[in-house]
Design a binder for this molecule. Structure first.
Ligand code: DC
Length: 239
């Protein structure tokens, strides 16, 4: 049985509940949680607000490549204890979760130099292990030697309903149809890009959480963690 701190890589399609699950797991283990999608979203927000993406969605890659090394993306913990994404020191958490950023993020995440830029930051976070990271290529490309890899799935209907609920709660205008279209479009681009496409790692364990509560997901995980790693997640509703 392995012991000590490990890296848990959680990958899967959009809105499969990866972040909520990863946060609960990190909190329950006293590990760091890292949302890799937030970095791609922050780059997209930067590119969009600085004119590197036009209204038709064309990306000025040449100039984006020149300025990218000068931007800094960090995570900070706010007063409520939540991790927030900062771009050059400013909290951009609210702005990176909009439908506009969602609409442009997959084409940005397809660009090899963007992926290289993000991967350097992601790998730095795993230096001391004790990390739960969610994304699309964490178990395949970022941490191919992660001790535990989970691939999350859920039915399209469940995923679209979850995403719609989130957007409406934030006061955004969206319909089930528009959300479903964005999810399908992103999943297609994410799993068909040339560099590090979204795919289940050979050694990943699949978790279909369509009909599961958080408590059941943690129970499922503990059935793997306890015997294999001597680790146990304490379930807490307030993650
Ligand atoms: O997890 P999310 O929906 O916030 O991710 C936003 C986008 O970022 C997603 O459509 C694809 C991209 N992404 C990626 O390509 N690789 C990752 N490891 C994480 C996210």
């Amino acid at each position: 049985m392995a012991s000590g701190k490990i890296i848990i890589a959680i990958d899967g399609y959009s809105s499969t509940g990866k972040s909520s699950f990863a946060k609960l797991v990190a909190k329950g283990l006293g590990y760091i949680y890292a949302d890799s999608g937030a970095l791609y979203r922050a780059v997209t927000y930067f590119a969009y607000t600085n004119g590197f993406i036009d209204d038709a969605g064309n990306i000025d890659k040449e100039n984006l490549a020149k300025v990218l090394p000068r931007i800094e993306i960090t995570f900070r913990t706010n007063k409520k204890g939540d991790s927030v994404t900062c771009l050059n020191g400013s909290n951009v958490e609210k702005y990176i979760r909009t439908s506009t950023v969602s609409a442009h993020v997959s084409p940005i995440a397809e660009i090899p130099f963007v992926r290289d830029f993000v991967n350097v930051m992601l790998r730095r976070m795993g230096q001391d292990k004790g990390l739960v990271m969610d994304g699309r290529d964490i178990g395949t490309a970022v941490f191919p030697n992660a001790e535990l890899k989970i691939f999350m799935t859920a039915s399209a209907k469940v995923r679209a309903e979850r995403r719609l609920k989130e957007l409406l709660a934030k006061g955004e205008k969206a319909t089930l149809q528009s959300v479903l279209e964005n999810l399908n479009q992103r999943d297609y681009i994410d799993s068909h890009r040339q560099k590090d496409p979204l795919t289940k790692a050979k050694d990943a364990i699949e978790l279909d959480n369509s009909c599961m509560t958080f408590e059941e997901e943690i129970e499922w995980l503990n059935n793997i963690l306890v015997p294999n790693f001597n680790l146990k997640v304490e379930y807490s509703k307030e993650a």
